[in-house]
Design a binder for this molecule. Structure first.
Ligand SMILES: [Zn+2]
Length: 398
């Protein structure tokens, strides 16, 4: 058996006797799997024995559920309390036009049974909350995070850490996506990367943030691949690595992640109960009016002003892992989630130029500082990405 030793089985390794048998129709259905040394008949029986909880039957959960069902994962839980909407169909390929208005869990079950009647589908037509998350997640071997909001993402991460369930993470925005595997015994968790959710009034309105429909197809399929690898104990999972996908450049890169010893979830373990954060989109912050004091600054103008020696405070509001990839010389790092706590450290006697990856997060930070009475706040339009393109190509684009 040529199963890679770098992926020791994270799931309980049931003795071969405990694994369910495959009937002749299943042997035919999965024959292209069984031929693979890394799967084989035993691996296929492991898949049949396994259960995966898919949090969110949306853009990421759709391709993940389709492939996990086709692959013969024995039991799939689908958590979603929404109904199918016309605007979902551009990317949520689990649902179809005839299903508009019906519950996503019902639409998902019908489609998944159509693909593979051997798969048991648990429709969980509810919102994941601090009251039910441990119970729901505890019933499954692997969790696949297909959520589109911070509230559920932190809840899912924290419950996975507390229960010791691997959390196959994915997220998408515009033309970019990320994936990783969190909350394994030795690997980092989502909070190691993003310690706290940003305050609700600093999150841009989600309704305005578009996404290329095929992108969640890519990322959700990567998540399904990782879930299958965890079940089989095959290959090298994305543990301790963050995959960054840029669909416009069609650029894939992975960066190393370390477990943060100060992480309240998996490091210090001071986080012992689940937290229901405020809803970030749609309720707490439908539309934040743009503050009049904020002005846009093009990267070339910033370069010119720096060349002139203007006294500017350059503040990078991205996350530490992004800072490790690329930064503008002379900047200081204040991640968006910490900006409220860092107000006292920011100068009020000189102009502040804020930047992030593309200019969205920095605009939220700029609005926030302007509302706090800061004068002379600039937002670097296009972010470090445009800085790299227009001013300094030696700054890596990512
Ligand atoms: Zn952690």
């Amino acid at each position: 058996m040529s199963r890679a030793t770098s992926n020791p089985a994270l799931l309980p390794d049931p003795s071969s006797d405990a694994l369910p048998e495959l009937d002749s129709a299943e042997l035919v259905r999965y024959s292209r799997h069984i031929t693979l040394n890394e799967v084989g008949e035993e691996g296929q029986r492991r898949l049949k024995h396994a259960s995966v909880l898919i949090v969110g039957a949306g853009g990421l959960g759709s391709p993940a559920a389709l492939y996990l069902a086709a692959a013969g994962v024995g039991r799939l839980g689908i958590v979603d309390f929404d109904a199918v909407d016309l605007s979902n169909l551009q990317r949520q390929v689990l649902h179809d036009t005839a299903g508009i208005g019906s519950k996503k869990t019902a639409s998902a079950r019908a489609r998944l049974h159509g693909i593979n009647p051997h798969v048991e589908v648990d429709p969980i037509d509810a919102e994941l909350t601090s009251a039910n998350a441990l119970q729901v997640i505890g019933e499954y071997d692997v969790v696949l995070d297909g959520t589109d909001n911070f509230k559920t993402r932190y809840l899912t991460n924290d419950a996975c850490v507390l229960l010791g369930r691997p959390n196959v993470y994915g997220s998408v925005l515009r033309f970019e996506g990320q994936a990783s595997v969190f909350a394994t015994p030795d690997g980092p968790c989502y909070r190691c990367l993003f310690r706290e959710p940003p305050p609700p009034d600093l999150v841009p309105n989600c309704a305005e943030a578009g996404v290329l429909g095929v992108l969640p197809g890519l990322i959700g399929t990567i998540q399904a691949t990782e879930a299958i690898k965890l079940i089989l104990g095959a290959g090298e999972p994305l543990i301790g690595r963050l995959l960054l996908v840029d669909a416009l450049r069609m650029n894939f890169r992975t960066i190393r992640l370390r477990r943060d010893p100060e992480c309240p979830a998996c490091g210090t373990r001071e986080l012992k109960a689940l937290i229901d954060y405020d809803e970030f989109c749609g309720t707490a912050n439908v539309a934040t009016p743009r503050h009049a004091g904020v002005r846009d600054l093009a990267p070339r103008e910033l370069a010119e002003r720096l060349r002139r020696g203007d006294a500017l405070e350059l503040v990078d509001v991205r996350e530490p892992y992004e800072w490790r990839i690329a930064r503008i010389e002379g900047a200081r790092l204040v991640p968006l989630g910490r900006i409220g706590a860092s107000i006292a450290e920011l100068p009020r006697d000189r102009e502040i130029v804020l930047y992030c990856h593309h200019g969205v997060r920095s605009l939220a930070a700029a609005d926030f500082l302007a509302a706090q009475g800061f004068d002379g706040i600039w937002n670097l339009s296009g972010g470090i990405d445009r800085w790299s393109a227009d001013v300094d190509p030696s700054v890596p684009a990512y």
